[in-house]
Design a binder for this molecule. Sequence first.
Ligand SMILES: CC(C)=CCNc1ncnc2c1ncn2[C@@H]1O[C@H](COP(=O)(O)O)[C@@H](O)[C@H]1O
Ligand SMILES: [Zn+2]
Length: 348
Amino acid sequence: MEKPADPFYRQLPKVELHAHLNGSISVTTMEELISRKPHLNIQHSMTAIRKGQRRTLDECFQVFKVIHQLTDTEEDILMVAKAVIREFAADGVKYLELRSTPREETHTGLTKRRYVEMVIEAIRQCEQEDLDITVRFLVAVDRRNGPEAAMETVKLAEDFMVSSDGVVVGLDLSGDPTVGHGKDLLPALQKAKNTGLRLALHLSEVQSQKEESELLLGLPPDRIGHGTFLHPEVGGSKSLVDKVRERNIPLELCLTSNVKGQTVASYDKHHFSYWYQLGHPCVLCTDDKGVFSTELSQEYHLAASTFGLSQEAVWALSERAINCSFAPDHLKAQLHQRWASLRPQVFC
Ligand SMILES: CC(C)=CCNc1ncnc2c1ncn2[C@@H]1O[C@H](COP(=O)(O)O)[C@@H](O)[C@H]1O
Ligand SMILES: [Zn+2]
């Protein structure tokens, strides 16, 4: 965190729908992981991008390789997942959809199934604490690993959708957008959708993915991550925008991630303004709060100061995010009630 968030933004009840577990590890937790594995010789400067710093997309993805070395056992996954959930709760997040890529690490015996079990166990353990946050899980497919791994992950996600008592609600497609093509992953994504997993897909995160985005929008996904290059002004197309609008597919927008990853030149150039002005459902998210040294309250603050949003507009933005979640209707209704009951103390 670079500067303490204004109390309004911290107290504002928030929904976080786009948070990658290993990208969300805080400084404190990272230091704990580093001290557990001194032989790796990793410094904290290798796992986070600080204020004013930027990295190419390629360099950002190298950061995840470093972090993954630090989280390669069942205990690590359980520990980081609990810490991340507590931190989101402390930042005023009332509903969190965490996402993570099940990973096998042969040298420690970590399997993809145990990986998912550890995240679910962390969610369960946090439910026993007095945290005031509801957490759901999206199983992530890393596009770099190709169609077979994608299908394997989808099957795993389907198993847990049935056995996790509603904790696993969907599937994410992420990973380096410059690697692989979405058409190869279409069968796996279609299968997931057919079995009832909700789809949150990283789409048009980089330029020249028009063809892939057209294809994936045909599924259609239930939410879009980033969508930075969908609109014609940045090399996308009217057809892509029309599809997103006709199907009313919410966008998960991560301001700091895009600025620090250099897919967006500056905060004021962020495509939030394009979609927000259209009245399209937009949800502010952190993406990787650890890697990008941010918090969700800070992202709301940045959006408000950059685009001149009133406190009322910020409130509406955070409440509308409930409807974009993959929570069942009764939980959405409970969250709306929660917003109503918290309103007097936030606007006092
Ligand atoms: C590099 C950059 C600008 C990052 C932000 N944009 C991203 N785009 C696509 N996939 C991502 C991004 N951030 C995190 N991920 C995915 O999330 C993983 C880390 O979290 P986890 O291991 O799934 O728990 C990464 O390895 C990657 O597969
Ligand atoms: Zn992401």
